[in-house]
Structures are given as C-alpha cells and as structure tokens.
Design a protein around this ligand. Structure first.
Ligand SMILES: C[S@@+](CC[C@H](N)C(=O)[O-])C[C@H]1O[C@@H](n2cnc3c(N)ncnc32)[C@H](O)[C@@H]1O
Length: 431
C-alpha cells in the first residue's frame, strides 16, 4: 500500500527544522512526533528514515535538489523518502517528480566528486585523509553513510547467548553472534524490542558491539571497586556491572543528572544492585577526592565529537564545528587527569572515545602518558589477549566501521605503577 501524499509535507516540515541544526535530529524528531500524535507507526517510520537518509546524503541530495524546478525542500524530502521506502511506495507524485527521482536514483555515486560521494564537510574529509589516506577514507565514508545494524548485548546475569538466539528466533527475529564480543548479537532488520519479554526482563540491552568491547577491556572483576567516570545513561555501566557479577562496587559518575536518571530504569531491568549513580559537578568534585587512590579500575568514556557514530547520528558531522575539536581535547585531558587520581597503585585506567580523530584519541593518550610518569601504557594487544578478544591491534584499540562493522571507537589502557606507601597517602590528601 502506498503512503499517503501528505507524508511528504510532514517530512518537509520536520526536515526544515532539522536542517537548522539547532538541536540533535533525534530530539527534534521525537518532539515532532509528540506534537503530531495522529501519525501512524508506518508513517513515523518512513519520516524518520527519510530524515536520516537526507542527513547521510546531504551533500549529494542538496546538489541535485537545487538543480531543476520546484521547491528545494520538497525535492530533498522526495529524495529522502525514495531512499527510505522506494519510489513506488510514494503516493501523490507528479510525472515530472517521478521521472526526476528515477534519474537521480540511477546515478552511480562512485563516479561522483569526492565531496559529494563522502557526504561530509571538507574539514572532516581532510582530517580523515591526513590520518587514513584518501583511498581508505572513501571506504570509511561509505561505511559511515550506511545505517548501522542493531546490536544487542546479552546480560550474562540473566541469560546466555544461545538461549537468547533461540528465544528471538521464536519471535521471529534472526540474530547472529557478533565476532568480537562474546555476549553480542547482531540483528539485521530493526524489530521493535521494547515489548519482548527478553527485553522487559533485562536479559538483553541494545548496545553496539564496539561499546561492548570497550566495557570488556576494562577487565573489571568480581568484588572490585570500579568507577565509570562518564557514565551517561549507563550503556557501559550495565555491561561492567554484569561483568563484575553484581558484586563489588561500581560508581556511575556523570555531570548530567538528566542522563544518570535514564540509567535508573535500565538498572532496575538489569537486576544489578552493585551500581551507585553519583552526579558530580565537575572532574575535580570533592566526591571524587574521597575515593582517590582507592579504585581498581576507572573507565573514562569521554565526551567527544562522536564522529565514530555517524552511522547512527549522521547529523553530528554537520553540527560539529571544526573549532570545537581543540576545546574537546582540553576537556578530555582535564577529565582524564581528574579520573586518574582515583586509580590505586597497580590499578587500571581506560580512556575511550567514539571519535575517529587523532586529536581526541592518540594525542590525548600521548599527552597523558607524558604528564603522568606514575602510569604506564598497557599495549592493546596485551589487553585483548587477556580478555580473549580476537582483534589485531597495536598500542591502542581502534575500531572502524568499514573494518570491524562496529561504530568507530578508540581506547587506551594505562596502569598505575606500584606506589610507595608514603606517596600513596600524599596522593590521597592532595588537592
Ligand atoms: C560519551 S558520553 C558517555 C556514554 C556512556 N558511557 C554510555 O556508554 O552510554 C560522555 C558523558 O560524559 C559526561 N561528562 C561531560 N563532562 C564530564 C565531566 N567533567 N565529568 C564526568 N562526566 C562528564 C557527559 O554528560 C556524557 O554523559
């Protein structure tokens, strides 16, 4: 059945708002759907897919919608919709529009100019070329512009992976084990999960496989004191708590009370009782000082540009300003410094981002090691071997969508050298 013609007007309306880039695309979309309760599930799905298709393909779509007659926003919506649901599912097209869409959708994008093919701002393309070379950047950009599959993490406290696969199959949802995370499952279609007993009981959580690997490399064990320094809504906190088998103490710090509040219902589902969410004012908060030198493992999943998550958040590349990267680096360095003070002698500190940019990754890690002679870098291949994760890496973890089919992630692992007792006491009382 064709979608009603009015859906194009709705897509145009929400697109106009989203392309102002005043707020994240998912926030604007949720607000639009709330304000338009009469839109059905199929219409909402099509509008959302249309918006994301436009954001992924903005450079290419804009170029083609500006050429030719008719309003640009209508043409953008047409391109987005045809990408999302196919031309034949669209009702109310004029003959001209149909022919134009058929012409544009037949274009071989590999033959286009780089800026249009990669669909990213020039500053980002240039940075990636400087890091990966042009050939690899083109492949990386294609992967970043392809929607991500849906990854799940099995909560080992409540289920095992094989049983979950069997229960999903009965739904029927086809899920296959992910290659790197022993608890991961990949679902190619995007079924609604919220009402599944498996989801409601906390046996599964939605989490990119890369994110699961990041939580795992912290190596948190039963009975340990662990801090998730930038816990947000707790994606990694939940994985860490389960890894600790619901024992020990896991502090979930964040400066955003709103994000920490979203962790609460997830915690309730997960069955974890070892997690202690703590809102902090900043990375030097007195609440942190009290724990200085006492923590076995600290994860810093730092705020970053998010360029590794473009498969899911394609608006980020258009919203992020190049000038903000240096500010982010400063913030990341400050947070890592603050978090390092928590680590006890022989304890571990993991610095992670979902960015692809060296400025937020290698450079922050290198600066940390330079300014913290009491820490050593543990090469990632060693950490991965300890965790029995079959990934080939050098000093750092660098997950890339075109190579590993995950979001882009970076991680560095540091270990605090054993400290003489006196120095330990001074460290704990230091401002
Ligand atoms: C990449 S997100 C964390 C995502 C989360 N770990 C997860 O797996 O879902 C970064 C988080 O850092 C928080 N943040 C920003 N500045 C901070 C600071 N100075 N100290 C602690 N957290 C901070 C943000 O509020 C945000 O929730």
């Amino acid at each position: 059945m064709r979608l009603p013609p009015a859906i194009l007007a709705s897509a145009e309306e929400v697109l106009r708002e989203i392309l102002r880039f005043a707020a994240p695309a998912d926030t604007t979309l949720s607000r639009y759907f709330k304000d338009h309760p009469r839109l059905g599930g199929r219409e909402r799905g099509a509008i959302a897919e249309c918006i994301y298709a436009v954001l992924r393909n903005k450079a290419f779509f804009t170029d083609f919608s500006e050429a030719g007659g008719g309003a640009t926003m209508r043409r953008l919506a047409l391109l987005g919709m045809s990408d999302a649901v196919g031309i034949d599912a669209l009702g109310g097209l004029t003959q001209d529009e149909r022919e134009w869409l058929e012409r544009v959708t037949q274009i071989d994008r590999k033959l286009l100019h780089k800026s249009m093919r990669t669909n990213m701002p020039k500053w980002l393309f240039d940075k990636l070329v400087a890091q990966y070379g042009e050939e690899e950047t083109l492949v990386l950009a294609d992967a970043l512009n392809t929607p991500a599959p849906l990854d799940l993490r099995v909560n080992a406290l409540k289920a095992n992976r094989d049983d979950v696969v069997a229960e999903l199959a009965a739904a029927p949802i086809v899920a296959t084990p992910t290659p790197y995370s022993a608890l991961g499952l990949r679902v190619l279609k995007k079924p609604a999960l919220q009402n599944l007993p498996l989801f409601k009981s906390g046996a599964i959580e939605v989490q990119d496989e890369g994110s699961q690997v990041l939580a795992q490399i912290l190596g948190a064990k039963r009975g340990e004191m662990v801090v998730d320094f930038c816990a947000g809504a707790g994606g990694k906190t939940l994985a860490l708590g389960a890894q600790m088998r619901n024992t020990g103490r896991l502090y979930a710090f964040d400066v955003s009370e709103k994000r920490l509040a979203k962790l609460k219902p997830r915690l309730a589902r997960s069955g974890l009782s070892n997690v202690h969410p703590v809102a902090i004012a900043h990375e030097k908060d007195a609440k942190i000082k009290r724990l200085a030198g006492k923590i076995d493992r600290v994860l810093v999943d730092a705020p970053c540009s998010g360029m590794g998550t473009l498969r899911r958040n394609p608006d980020v590349k258009w919203r992020q300003q190049q000038e903000a990267i240096a500010e982010l680096q400063e913030k990341q360095t400050a947070i890592l410094d603050g978090a390092a003070r928590l680590v006890k002698s022989g304890g571990r500190l993991v610095y992670a981002t979902c960015s692809l940019l060296d400025e937020e990754n290698d450079m922050v890690a290198a600066k940390f090691i330079e300014s913290h002679p009491d820490f050593v870098l543990i090469p990632m291949h060693q950490v991965l071997a300890e965790q029995k994760i079959e990934l080939e890496m050098g000093d750092y973890l660098k997950l890339l969508p075109h190579k590993h089919q995950t979001d882009g992630f970076f991680a560095a692992v540091f270990e605090r050298k054993p400290m003489p007792k006196k120095a330990k006491e001074e460290d704990a009382s230091d401002d």
